[in-house]
Design a protein around this ligand. Sequence first.
Ligand SMILES: NC(=O)c1ccc[n+]([C@@H]2O[C@H](COP(=O)([O-])OP(=O)(O)OC[C@H]3O[C@@H](n4cnc5c(N)ncnc54)[C@H](OP(=O)(O)O)[C@@H]3O)[C@@H](O)[C@H]2O)c1
Length: 386
Amino acid sequence: MSAQLEFDPKGMPFRRLGSSGLRVPVFSLGGWLTLGGSVKGDPVVDIIRTAWEHGINMIDTAEAYAKGESEKQIGRAIKVLGLRRTDLIITTKLFWGLREGPNDGGLSRKHIIEGTKEALERLQLDYVDVIFAHRPDPTIPMEEVVRGFNWVIEKGWAFYWATSEWSAYEIEEAHNVANRLNLIPPIAEQCEHNMFHRDRPESEYEPLYRKYDLGTTVFSGLAQGLLTGKYNNGIPPDSRFATAQEAWFEEVRKGLSSPEGKEKIRKIRELTNLAETELNCKVSHLALAWLAKKPETSTVILGASKPEQVIDNLKALEVIPKLTPAVLEKIEAILDNKPAPVVQTLRTLSPARPLPQGLSLKLEGSWVNLILTLSDTAPNTILMYH
Ligand SMILES: NC(=O)c1ccc[n+]([C@@H]2O[C@H](COP(=O)([O-])OP(=O)(O)OC[C@H]3O[C@@H](n4cnc5c(N)ncnc54)[C@H](OP(=O)(O)O)[C@@H]3O)[C@@H](O)[C@H]2O)c1
């Protein structure tokens, strides 16, 4: 084992993860498909060392990544590098499990507790900082889910719990249960967010940012590499689109030559031109900076199959201040996919929380389904009551 590596944030900005006291780096590192998957052994150590040396002290993984191998390789790298546990933020996720048994996955109390213990064994750690519900589990009562994660926290196996790819309704339900039972609610949501995937993080969750100060640990900020521009002229043989084994990747590959895929490539070319001529950066830097600039983004989880990719992606930090309102407008004009204004929940419209400017409320029908009349922006947005 080498001597302990001291953590130097190297100018990395840190943000609080939602309403919690946990401070996370604006860019973190993730292990899906790469750490323990396409990359094994000492190259994993090299990627984590490089991230660490550039101010990234947060690593995200999941029980399902490379069937547990991702957690194992990350745990090994932490040991090999001699990283101090208190300097690190480690997050993992439960849902898919590693075996096929009826209780080996999902969000039952049984799997939450057993899954956490097994994940800690693979990571060779006593605790993770945040444990995520990797997906919602509609087959389990929400009270059991909230109580299960609270048990894990009470045992000291995690400091916080959070959700991933839950609907706003499900996150709201978890908060309601936690409030009613005086339990700890989820602090953050791990959601896909990139220039081509915007509706949920920018519209559906918008009331939750204001109401709960919901944090986000966003993933696939480069649309899995698409926003580097390296797929503009086909699929390079050493790239994820070529090497990923998962059956559904066949659809991803085919999608590149569909009309939608071609339209994305056209937009990437325009964004590349903007990045190079006006910002003196690569399109990948622009895509990551655009995401990191958003106030609702707590951390952008970077995926990387090589140390050089981590170093290259961190150049996005220099681009964030260059994203003036005028530049952001140009990006919107190219993307042409700005999500419609938020779907409001009734709670957001309580007397303590006035309507956003420009909205007026008109009741039509029952209290269960209300119609909002919006003055300018989005006529007939449905107001959901729950
Ligand atoms: N909660 C969830 O359901 C969920 C889902 C997905 C991801 N995540 C988390 O988010 C993390 C990041 O997601 P992601 O891997 O999809 O992110 P991403 O940043 O969109 O894609 C990362 C991939 O893009 C390519 N790449 C990155 N930087 C590059 C560069 N500078 N030049 C060229 N290619 C580059 C690499 O692929 P190749 O080198 O292999 O071509 C790399 O593996 C995951 O590791 C995981 O922790 C969570």
